[in-house]
Design a protein around this ligand. Structure first.
Ligand code: ADP
Length: 623
């Protein structure tokens, strides 16, 4: 008996096998559902259709729509999933009605199969499920599967309103500061910004919390913060019983630029940030003083905190964390937490200094290979390795702050990052010791090879940088000055990201102020130019410009235009034009990086998936 055709039509299918996905991995296919199989074929005008795949219906274990807010890089925006054998097939329908018809028909045909009990409502992406953050692709789903129901016909149970369900007076409500993927059976996953009820905080590191579905489990206490009735005792920046006068005295005594604390204000439930600065006052004279900023809450009733400018945060620890990295309207960023008991917080870098302190006896210096913002760069040897030594020029770097950060920076380790081996503080000025990169900086490398760079090589460069940046992003580390000039090329022609986070230690105002002549305006996202609001998404913008540099063989962006003209054209919505050598899908990715709103830009993890697959056997050599 011949199978009976139930439905047919054109939809887009996402490639399953390829490691990375890109717009070209979303293929238009003609689907046919009959009583035996779901088949899809390629149809080209004037050619015979070619069958590309066939799924036997009896092998299907789940068919359901995908609920996701991730940008969909193809023209059909209504995804659904077909889980069969051990594969997930994502299909994109042109509209919701069409999607519902397919899902209903497929469910009907598969309802007596050996189906899953639970499924994943969101995509598998970047090595994890977007819904439950599990990192195993075949992990059990996190939502009950209804083989009869169809998402649009049968509304999902209402999500409990956190205001009514969670805000029972007396209950301690916490907000997740970041996502958490359970490490053990007894842990609960956390979703950033989501609220939970704190049920047990007796252990200082692991708290037990309850989510809005009634599940309880352990989470690391540092991943959550109490929303109100705050208990900030565990934060070194919090000083509970301290008056304004005492705070001023303590901060002045410490005398460290950016020394700060959070204290209770005179009004109950209100907090104040006090911060010390030596920045010149309005008369231009140096004027060591303490400034006080009240932490404000929006009037909408939803807890949304802000300080100087209206950057809203769900919790006070989040707000402080943000201003530890961005001045954003404050006289200085909040650099050093100061507390009554401990004075200026014990510097962890100093506690394990040995790990990154380079012994000058072990270091030998060779010839000069370049010079930069911080001074000369020499070739050298350290413990059998060829190294690059940056000799920091007097007055060029905020050394004290850099040393504090060096511990973190030496720990950042990835094959696509230029490794910081250590710091030699016994020399004044100090030496920074890096992995040596034989082929110098990327912008010079590109210029020297104009006309000889193949498409594969240019793509490989972008992939190298995006891999290094995806690692920084996953380490919550912001580069702040990503550009071809800040990437270096190895002996094997691999590109690695360099100078990450270093602008924070530059003491030259022309470089650090967005109005300064050396500020990298042409690589900066609008929110950086306007409010110095740095984030991984502002790095993504710069990455788009770096891609543009690569495909223009090292030409400078907006070459004959001033910074002011560039800002004007960005404000008018204009963007850099497509480089002649850039294929259209690559330019689409650049444009995606240059979306006005940071949230509309992709993450590096997503970008990495959007870039085409690296050609097999690519050895990065020129061809
Ligand atoms: P700065 O951070 O002081 O601005 P740069 O990182 O721009 O200095 O370095 C200046 C130049 O020194 C680079 O353009 C490059 O030619 C050379 N250089 C820097 N770091 C290395 C390295 N790790 N290996 C080889 N050369 C390097």
């Amino acid at each position: 008996m011949f199978p009976r055709v139930i439905m047919k039509g054109t939809m887009i299918k996402k490639s399953q096998q390829k490691r990375r996905t890109s717009p070209c991995n979303y293929k238009e296919r003609f689907f046919v559902l009959d009583t035996q199989d779901l088949k899809y074929s390629e149809r080209r005008p004037g050619k015979k259709p070619t069958l590309k795949g066939c799924i036997v219906l009896s092998r299907i274990k789940c068919v359901e729509i995908v609920c996701s807010d991730v940008p969909i890089p193809c023209s059909y925006k209504y995804p659904f999933q077909v889980f069969h054998d051990s594969h997930y097939l994502y299909i994109f329908a042109p509209d919701n009605d069409c999607r519902q018809r397919w899902v209903r028909a497929l469910k009907e045909e598969t309802k007596y199969n050996n189906l899953v009990v639970k499924y994943h409502p969101n995509f598998w992406m970047d090595g994890r499920w977007k819904c439950c953050h599990q990192t195993e692709k075949l992990a059990t789903g996190c939502q009950e599967y209804d083989p009869m129901g169809c998402a649009s016909k049968k509304p999902l149970p209402e999500i409990p309103d956190p205001q009514t369900e969670l805000h029972d007076p007396g209950q301690r409500v916490v907000v997740a500061l970041q996502d958490y993927t359970p490490l053990g059976d007894k842990d609960l996953p956390l979703q950033k910004d989501q609220e939970y009820i704190l049920t047990d905080a007796s252990h200082s590191d692991w708290w037990i919390i309850l989510d809005n579905r009634g599940n309880t489990g352990f989470v690391p206490s540092t991943y959550v913060a109490e929303k109100s009735g705050a208990n900030f005792d565990r934060f070194e920046w919090y000083n509970k019983d301290i008056t304004r006068g005492q705070a001023e005295e303590l901060l002045m005594r410490e005398g460290k630029e950016g020394g700060f604390m959070v204290r209770d204000s005179r009004h109950a439930g209100v907090y104040t940030v006090s911060v010390f600065t030596k920045a010149p006052g309005s008369n231009g004279e140096k004027n060591p003083r303490v400034k006080h900023y009240q932490i404000r809450e929006t009037e909408t009733g939803e807890a949304a905190f802000y300080l100087a400018e209206k950057y809203l945060f769900n919790t006070i620890p989040e707000l402080i964390h943000y201003h530890q990295h961005n001045a954003a309207g404050l006289i200085t960023r909040l650099r050093h937490p100061v507390s009554q008991d401990r004075g200026c917080s014990q510097d962890p870098a100093k506690l394990c200094k040995d790990q990154w302190e380079v012994d000058p006896e072990e270091l030998s210096l060779g010839q000069e290979v370049g010079s930069g913002q911080f001074g000369l760069v020499l070739e050298g040897r350290w413990r059998e390795s060829k190294v690059a030594v940056k000799m920091v020029r007097e007055g060029a770097m905020s050394e004290e702050e850099f040393i504090e950060e060096a511990r973190i920076m030496t720990r950042l380790s990835h094959c696509k990052l230029v490794q910081l081996y250590g710091v030699c503080t016994q020399h004044s000025p100090m030496y920074l010791v890096f992995e040596f990169m034989e082929n110098g900086c990327l912008s010079d490398y590109l210029r020297a090879r104009r006309g000889r760079l193949s498409q594969d090589v240019m793509l490989g460069m972008c992939l190298d940088v995006s891999e290094g940046m995806a690692y920084l992003e996953s380490s919550n580390f912001i580069h702040r000055d990503l550009a071809a000039r800040n990437c270096l090329v190895s002996k094997n022609n691999e590109v690695k990201v360099s100078d990450f986070g270093m602008t924070r230690f530059v003491l030259d105002d022309q470089y650090t102020s967005s109005l300064g002549s050396k500020f990298p305006v042409k690589w900066s996202a609008p929110e950086v130019i306007k409010y110095c609001k740095f984030s991984s998404k502002s790095d993504v913008w710069s990455f788009g410009v770096l891609m543009w540099e690569v495909y223009n063989e090292g030409r400078l962006p907006y070459e004959h235009r001033s910074n002011a003209e560039v800002v004007e054209s960005l404000n008018a919505g204009l963007r850099l034009l497509k480089p002649r050598l850039a294929p259209q899908p690559i330019y689409l990715l650049m444009e995606w990086c240059w979306k006005e709103k940071p949230d509309d830009r992709p993450s590096f993890a997503l970008l990495l998936h959007g870039l085409p697959v690296r050609p097999v056997n690519q050895d990065n050599s020129l061809c």
